[in-house]
Design a protein around this ligand. Sequence first.
Ligand code: KG4
Ligand code: ZN
Length: 331
Amino acid sequence: MIILGIETSCDETAAAVVKDGTTILSSVISSQIEIHHRYGGVVPELASRKHIESVVPVVDEAIKTSGRSVSQLDAVAVTRGPGLVGALLVGFSFAKAYAYALDIPWVGVNHLEAHINSVFLESDSPPFPFVALLASGGHTGIYHVSSHTSIELMGQTRDDAAGEAFDKVAKILNLGYPGGVVIDRLSQSGDATKIEFPRSFLEKSTFDFSFSGIKTAVNRYVMTHPESVKDQIADIAAGFQEAVVDVLAYKILNAASKKKCDHIALVGGVAANRRLREKVIADAARIGIRVYVPSLHLCGDNAAMIGAVGYHYLKAGKVSNLTDDVFSRNR
Ligand code: KG4
Ligand code: ZN
């Protein structure tokens, strides 16, 4: 089954052609980073407008580079939510019209399920069941995954998402938006032990997270050390990153042992973090657990993962109809 995937939930306009939920024939991502960069975060109205400009050329490019023609598409899958409503509506409305015109089925999919299914776009993918840590700019949660679409939420952030914490700390340190990649890179030349930031485990037994305290702690440190901060940026970045990674790694390993799973997946934008990958892989190896992390281009928002999960919706007979709408928050 050849599926066109479309993603417009936040600040990436993406389209991909995916075969049988596992093989990427093409994947095109048009990022809006340059537009939102100067505001230090995504401006929803600007995002929607840019999606409108980009969606047709991005889809055309995805089809052109897939080696298939429009008439060979079997279905369209598109992000239905969660995300920015105005942004979602662009891809969603486009997908409805496109599929209607081609007279093929289409399906609206959950963005978080799509991130979890991104691991199946790699040749080495986890067997069911496994536990997944999904950490991105909008979401941070731990899931028990027993099939492509049977996904149980074990815990999630009570305030900021992990990626949001990276972005806000980068803003405090004047490093620009999005902050994750910059903090990741800077940390390599910093010493994570120089400045200790708090680790918020909440109650150790829960799989919930809280990242607003650490962001405040970094802000307080910067305010109280105005003279020395500029020479300590790399150490602050490394200390902050280590604190976030410690909590994420502890909770996902705990979740694996609670569910007696020997397989862990790390997905979402923050799964691109070098230190997170390194620590979870090393800690898991010590207790015989295997870790699966998609390639960097599949961690952040992309449409290949939308095509991948769409395949499983369609195989299970789920199709959308023209009266369906987008949703902003997970239900
Ligand atoms: O999955 P994603 O592209 O979009 C959402 O669904 O939110 O994730 C974007 C988030 C941003 O907050 C970004 O700063 C973070 O992922 N991120 C990283 C890294 N690369 C991207 N965070 C830490 N380390 C990275 N290397
Ligand atoms: Zn995402």
